[in-house]
Design a protein around this ligand. Structure first.
Ligand SMILES: [Zn+2]
Length: 257
């Protein structure tokens, strides 16, 4: 009996996943048809649209790709990865992707292959459940670590940075991105009330706001940082076409020092 019940649960869960995937695909097709046009182009999925969707708690117009769901920062990161890194060169490499973005995970897996590892604190939808402050991997074990918009949630971000450096191979690199929303980094570990965190740090589960001094923290953790802006990568026309507004932020491309 228990076997039969667990089999039924597995089948039910598979059916729920299939129904969800079908509903997602249907919604994407409807959105793609509704936003059909050529004024916008998403470098992540390659689809064009007349405009991107509004997105955010305080909605930003023209932000989210109607086909793959990419936001400004994803499209900028994709361009940077394609143009300035070896991530997509199809050579075997070990890549640790922390909190994988839905618009990236499948595309990274297809290009990187078996060395691609997804990880998150929560085990759903990833290969490994990982606490960034204690990464359960040996020193020098990854060619690439990709971690975007995660550290603002992590209590001891300095330790997490040191951990990411530790697991990087000597000639490896990391892309570590955070939202820069303050003139200086502000944090207060004594503030744990979600409403107070939202008021001070912009989101109920954020533990700080970062300023441009984020780079100093990376450097203190033993990482050399190349900062790249949208205008260094594409002209104004392409930036507008791909929806790379100020919300795209900057790229922090890190190497071991
Ligand atoms: Zn897209």
């Amino acid at each position: 009996m228990p076997v039969r019940r667990s089999t039924m649960r597995r089948v039910a869960s598979r059916m729920r996943r299939a129904a969800r995937a079908w509903a997602d695909a249907s919604r994407t097709l409807v959105r793609r048809a509704f936003y059909a046009g050529t004024r916008r182009e998403c470098p992540v999925c390659g689809h064009s649209a007349r405009r991107f969707l509004a997105y955010g708690l305080v909605p930003r117009d023209d932000a989210r790709c109607p086909s793959c769901g990419s936001l400004e920062r994803h499209r900028f990161a994709w361009l940077y990865l394609a143009q300035r890194t070896d991530l997509f060169d199809r050579r075997p490499k070990r890549v640790l992707h922390i909190a994988p973005e839905a618009c990236f995970a499948g595309r990274f897996a297809e290009r990187i292959g078996s060395g691609y590892i997804t990880a998150d604190l929560r085990p759903q939808f990833v290969a490994e459940s990982i606490d960034l402050e204690r990464i359960p991997h040996r020193d020098d074990s990854f060619d690439v670590v990709y971690c975007s918009h995660v550290l603002e949630h992590v209590p001891d971000d300095r330790r997490a940075m040191a951990e990411m450096r530790r697991v990087l191979r000597r000639d490896g690199w990391a892309m570590i991105l955070v939202p820069i929303t303050s003139e200086r980094t502000i944090e207060d570990p004594s503030i744990t009330d979600p409403r107070e965190r939202e008021r001070l740090f912009g989101q109920h589960d954020h533990v700080r706001r970062y300023g441009p001094d984020f780079v100093d923290r990376l450097e203190e953790a033993g990482l050399g940082v190349t900062v790249a802006t949208v205008s260094q990568l594409v002209g104004a026309g392409d930036a507008a076409r791909m929806g790379l507004t100020a919300s795209a932020g900057d790229i922090y491309h890190c190497h071991r020092t």
